[in-house]
Design a protein around this ligand. Structure first.
Ligand code: MF3
Ligand code: CO
Ligand code: CO
Length: 269
């Protein structure tokens, strides 16, 4: 067996990787996170999401890496950029950002065959109080989920940690999109739901690699996909936010592959 082949799979079809494989995920994750760090300074009113995407694509190429999203199921861009009531899979365009817009930028790179997938929130100009609260709660909900990652816990424990926190803040968790296993493929089992009941779902084991990427709405959780077949928006047009990390399960807890090298994961208000 060569390095990078999952050592085995659980009966739920979840790949189990060996300790040496964590290094490959760290390299890919760090590049994705570094690119998101570097993009911070370009986000301002008047900027277009198309220009942000071009800068991201140039950085992926300059690093000698590959964009996982270009060509994925017909998607043609190096990032998804989801503004205001766009929940996820926003397509970069020549539309200009306005003062007070909030946006999620999601980048996935392939380095030496390993996938690094992360997204975070950015603000153009002045942030409203309600958008600030939404971003804070969404960020913190991701870390509630991450805190539930350790061998013996279940995927339902992760979903419950996120959902119970978000709903206590009177916001809602999107049900229509979820996190996913990853490694040497982009999307693999399991579906990582951001809602659920404690003790349900597959049991976490050392060597599992997956994303946690909660989408949180200020209004109702329902979404719809626009005619472009990608852009997902809130049905009630309420603001939506998302943060995503790629993680691995260790013997004792969790290893986050997509930590921000410059400590810019959380937007500074
Ligand atoms: N990066 C997204 C995720 O978190 C997937 C984007 S697929 C694309 O899983 F085709 F829309 F780019
Ligand atoms: Co993902
Ligand atoms: Co992503």
């Amino acid at each position: 067996m060569t390095t990078g082949d999952p050592q085995s799979k659980t009966r739920d079809g979840i790949s189990l990787f060996s300790p040496v494989d964590f290094a490959g995920m760290h390299k890919a994750g760090a590049l994705a996170a570094q690119i998101l760090d570097e993009i911070c300074d370009l986000v301002e009113p008047g900027q277009t999401t198309g220009v942000l995407n071009e800068a991201i694509e140039a950085k992926v190429n300059a690093a000698g890496a590959t964009s996982a999203t270009i060509g994925y199921r017909g998607y043609q861009h190096a990032s998804c950029i989801s503004v205001n009531h766009v929940v996820c899979h926003g397509i970069p365009s020549d539309k200009k950002l306005k003062d007070g817009d909030i946006l999620n930028i999601d980048v996935t790179v392939i380095v030496d065959g390993w996938y690094g997938d992360t997204s975070r929130m950015y603000v153009a100009g002045q942030l409203s109080r309600k958008a600030e609260r939404l971003i804070q709660v969404t960020h913190d909900s991701l870390f509630k989920g991450i805190e539930a990652v350790k061998p013996g816990n279940t995927f339902g424990d992760i979903g419950y940690a996120i959902q119970s926190y978000v709903e206590a803040q009177r916001m809602s968790v999107v049900r229509d999109f979820c996190g996913h296993g990853l490694g040497r493929v982009f999307h693999s089992p399991p579906n990582v739901l951001h809602f659920g009941r404690p003790g349900t779902g597959a049991v976490l084991e050392e060597g599992m690699f997956f994303t946690i990427e909660p989408m949180v709405n200020l209004g109702r959780p329902e979404t719809k996909v626009l005619a472009d077949d990608w852009t997902a928006v809130t049905r009630d047009k309420s603001l939506s936010a998302q943060f995503e990390h790629s993680v691995g399960v260790t013997a004792t807890g969790v290893d986050i592959f997509t930590l921000s090298p410059a400590d810019r994961f959380h937007p500074t208000f």
